[in-house]
Design a protein around this ligand. Structure first.
Ligand SMILES: [Zn+2]
Length: 323
């Protein structure tokens, strides 16, 4: 638009009634939101921008598409944008992403978010898991000093799955077997005293020393002091791996011996359990996404929709989100 024409519009705007101002704002808002999201996406990806097909950095601007700057590669001639090759490529309605991510920070359910943001349930589902796809891998490399480890169990859930190899269970149902069985998903959490936290889903049923070997060992500094409860798997793992280990015998009522306790990890478990409740059961195959989401929220690692979008874009991985 010509500058003079635009100045004229600005002058005319002064005569608007309140209703008209509201209508004008409502009309502009989607475009403003889209600009905001696009600005954030392009700046978050700027440093890593390379051809998604041949990795060449020799790109030239080639128009815009779907709100984003499009580039053509000098090397292979193909086009890409800041989202090509990411989990968020080809997701639509970018103007609504930041609002939606705000709803995720409030831990809203998929259905509730769909209603709040005027998108279909299937879209809400797809967005949620795409946004979580990258951030779930964003974890510290290693635990040092004193590292607490403990496992918790959640009933396996096939929620949303069409193929059940057993009769469906009522929501929040009970296991048919007592104690830890293959109906339970094991969630292992380890945390050092600087607050660095790691989590894994080793599988179904009781935790084994082999699983600790596979998951925990590569992420422990060699001189770490591992603290756990009296579960035999930890003792056996530590002995075989040559890791210094202390156990608190919770069953005997001993919770703390000086610095020897698993209270930080247990507190993490209880925040995770409490946070999962409103979702009324999480399908086991998406559990790792929810763990990543909880991880990001815990300790305020991610506090704004903008941070969550940056995390989903893989920007500043393992740097920004350390505590
Ligand atoms: Zn290329």
């Amino acid at each position: 638009m010509q500058a003079r024409k635009f100045e004229q519009i600005l002058t005319d705007l002064k005569a608007l009634t309140r209703r008209q101002r509201e209508r004008l704002l409502a009309l502009l808002r989607p475009a403003v939101e889209l600009d905001k999201a696009v600005g954030l996406i392009e700046s978050a990806r700027a440093r890593e921008l390379a051809c998604a097909h041949c990795q060449s950095r020799q790109l030239y601007r080639h128009g815009r598409a779907h709100g984003l700057q499009r580039y053509r590669c000098k090397n292979c001639g193909r086009t890409c944008n800041a989202l090509t090759g990411t989990a968020l490529a080809r997701l639509r309605h970018k103007g609504r992403w930041l609002d939606y991510l705000g709803g995720m920070l409030d831990s809203r359910s998929i259905r509730r978010s769909a209603a709040d943001h005027g998108v279909a349930g299937a879209t809400s589902f797809r967005w949620r898991h795409r946004f979580l796809d990258v951030s779930k891998h964003d974890r510290p490399q290693c635990l040092a000093g004193i590292a607490e480890a403990d496992e918790m169990y959640m009933l396996e859930s096939h929620k949303g799955s069409r193929q059940l190899d057993r009769a469906p269970r009522k929501r929040g149902g009970k296991a048919t077997k007592r104690g830890i069985s293959n109906e339970q998903m094991c969630i292992l959490v380890a945390r050092d005293r600087t607050g660095q936290t790691l989590d894994w889903i080793p599988g179904k049923g009781a935790l084994t020393h082999a699983q600790l070997h596979q998951h925990l060992l590569p992420r422990l500094e060699r001189d770490v002091l591992l603290v756990s409860d009296a579960h035999a798997a930890y003792r056996s793992f530590a002995r075989r791996a040559g890791i210094t280990h202390e156990a608190v015998n919770l069953q005997a009522g001993v919770r703390v011996r000086g610095a020897i306790h698993v209270q930080n990890v247990n507190a993490y478990h209880s925040r995770l359990r409490g946070w999962l409740l409103p979702f009324r059961g999480v399908a086991s195959r998406y559990l790792s996404n929810y763990l990543g989401w909880r991880w990001a929220l815990d300790g305020g690692r991610i506090a704004t929709p903008e941070d969550l979008l940056r995390a989903a874009l893989g920007a500043g991985r393992s740097v920004r989100f350390h505590t």
